[in-house]
Ligand binder design. Structure first.
Ligand code: ATP
Length: 369
């Protein structure tokens, strides 16, 4: 396997669109790197440049210790798995998997062994004689994965391979791809717009927006320390809640103040906030739905650390409920256990866990850690 390095890579299309800007990252040997972001952010274009299916406008691409900007896709030692499977309809599952090896004149016995072994790993041994149209979506995607595996490439590129599948199959194949990665210790670069896939599969995640990398980190890093409001709201479902306000100081204490609501800032964060000049700037406080406690028993409050809210809607998701709220004129969501008795059209009081709050500069939207 091999590492992949993108050095200040740009993609400019003829129509003036800059789809990827200054992408600069080393992807380590054996890593499962996920590129995630909303539609049009440049994920697929980045993957296509690595595959050699799109040219690189500026910058360098290295696979292992080879500069491959001008190397033909078939000579890059990569295998790609697509959203729409990309299988040959007239060939059986077996022949689809064997195709790349046959082209390379691999001996028949070796092909047989590799295809059988991959089929066993993917649990499709009984389907090898079927053509794609006689396979379900999940089975077709397994064949497509099998075709990539038998080639034993240095790098696997996967472009939304699960997005044509239903939720249950997606969850199942997600786990299987992750296991496959562990077993093969392969370098995988995986594109998705689904933040759950990114969080559960990636050893590292790259969050992109409008062609620009916003943050690179482990799923935990990105979730716990989002570098800006875009990352904070894109990673995590339901999304992070935001409230605008300012910091205020009273004696030794520091508060985040928003209309009539205030919340104490933990002492250990105060110095850093002062150093960052946060006392003088408009701020946005971010709080994840699980760090917001909605309490029905406190109906009225004069406590400025408690936030009165109106419950607009409650969604039951099996193990938990999502409570859609309105507080200080803004929409918020709290995540509560399914046993909670909170109902729509009632009033609740919110407590924000103050060691879990995020603060952002309201103008730049960058986090102030
Ligand atoms: P999606 O999740 O919808 O596939 P994406 O993040 O993969 O989106 P890209 O397909 O990489 O995004 O597209 C990035 C930008 O480049 C978009 O604005 C898109 O319209 C533009 N783009 C893509 N291909 C071309 C092309 N061949 N010519 C011009 N512009 C293009």
């Amino acid at each position: 396997m091999a590492h992949v390095q993108l050095k200040h890579v740009y993609k400019r299309f003829a129509n003036g669109v800059v789809a990827v800007q200054d992408f600069d990252l080393q992807i380590e040997d054996g890593e499962f790197l996920v590129l995630v972001g909303p539609s049009g952010c440049g994920k697929t274009t980045t993957l296509r440049m690595i595959a050699g299916l799109a040219s690189i406008s500026e910058g360098e691409l290295w696979i292992g210790d080879r500069l491959v900007n001008d190397v033909h896709p078939k000579d890059r030692d990569i295998a790609m798995v697509f959203q729409n499977y990309g299988l040959y309809p007239h060939l059986t599952a077996y022949d689809n998997m064997a195709f790349g090896l046959k082209l390379r004149k691999t001996p028949k016995a070796v092909i047989e062994e590799k295809v059988r072994e991959a089929a066993q790993v993917l649990n499709i041994e009984h389907l090898l004689a079927r053509k794609p149209k006689a396979l379900s979506g999940g089975q077709r995607q397994r064949v497509a994965l099998g075709r990539a595996i038998v080639r034993e490439p240095q790098v696997f590129l996967m472009d939304e391979p699960l997005s044509n599948l239903d939720a249950l199959l997606r969850a199942q194949l997600r786990t299987e791809i992750a296991k496959l990665h562990q077993r093969m210790q392969a370098t995988v670069i995986y594109v998705t717009h689904d933040q759950t896939e990114a969080m559960t599969m990636g050893t590292r995640i790259v969050v992109m927006k409008e062609g620009v990398v916003q943050q690179v980190g482990t799923p935990q890093d990105v979730y716990n320390r989002p570098q800006n409001m875009f990352v904070a709201s894109f990673i995590g479902a339901p999304a992070m809640n935001f409230l605008s306000g300012r910091l205020q100081v009273a004696g030794d204490e520091m508060f985040f103040q928003s209309a009539s609501f205030q919340i104490a800032i933990p002492v250990q964060r105060q110095t850093r906030l002062r150093e960052a000049g946060a006392l003088n700037m408009p701020l946005i406080l971010g709080i994840r739905p699980e760090d917001l406690i909605a309490d029905q028993d406190i109906r009225e409050t004069t406590d400025r650390a408690l936030l009165p809210a109106a419950v607009e809607r409650v969604e039951l998701l099996g193990a938990e409920k999502h409570v859609h709220l309105r507080a200080l004129g803004q929409s918020m969501i709290a995540r509560v256990p399914a046993r909670s008795e909170i109902e729509a059209n009632s009033s609740v009081t919110l407590t924000l866990l103050n060691d879990r709050i995020h603060l952002f500069d309201a103008l730049t939207e960058e986090s102030i850690f």
